[in-house]
Design a protein around this ligand. Structure first.
Ligand SMILES: [Zn+2]
Length: 184
């Protein structure tokens, strides 16, 4: 829920027990997290702004990409807002193992998307579905989400200057619908 890896082994309390004991058993306060984020980095950390807003992004409410920008080629997050900056610090979102994982995910996604384009050109629906399912199973889902989002953003051609073949694939309506909606 925090770092984007898919090693969810712990149930994290978004508002830590020490801060909000009455929310201990509140369902929406329970987030699946990796032990790195939960036990090693975040622990009891839960800073708030002067007006009482939690600085840690709540992935059940906030869209992290409103607060964080992902540099795809190096797998590092940069803050856009104060809450983004705090979340990077609290969960150490730029730790080495994560940035390497995101770089690998970017390379893997590029290969899978190119294979999807080929399958699409050959009208091979079985292979297209299989490749979509492969994308959904990859760790670091934040990487493909960033790719889809940035492909629609101003300056997309600069962001993907080193692999321009990806842009028409990422802007394919069928692919976007398949990856960005829950029930397909
Ligand atoms: Zn994590």
């Amino acid at each position: 829920m925090y770092c984007g890896d898919n090693q969810g082994t712990d149930v994290d309390h978004y508002e830590p027990l020490a801060v909000a004991p009455l929310r201990t058993f509140v369902w929406k306060n329970h987030l699946l997290a990796c032990s790195g984020c939960n036990s090693h980095f975040k622990r009891g950390g839960f800073p708030k702004s002067r007006d009482g807003v939690p600085l840690l992004l709540d992935p059940t409410v906030d869209d992290p990409f409103d607060h964080l920008a992902l540099a795809l080629s190096v797998g590092l997050y940069a803050p856009i807002t104060d809450r983004g900056r705090a979340t990077i610090e609290i969960c150490q979102l730029n730790r080495d193992i994560l940035s390497r994982g995101r770089q690998t995910a970017y390379e893997t996604m590029t290969i899978i998307l190119e294979a999807w384009r080929q399958a699409s050109d050959h009208e091979d629906e079985y292979k297209k579905t299989s490749l979509m399912n492969t994308i959904r199973e990859q760790p670091f889902a934040d990487v493909i989400y960033a790719m889809l989002r940035y492909a629609h953003a101003p300056g997309a051609s600069q962001l993907f200057a080193d692999r321009p073949q990806l842009l028409p694939i990422l802007n394919d309506e069928q692919l976007r619908t398949s990856l960005l909606t829950w029930d397909s």
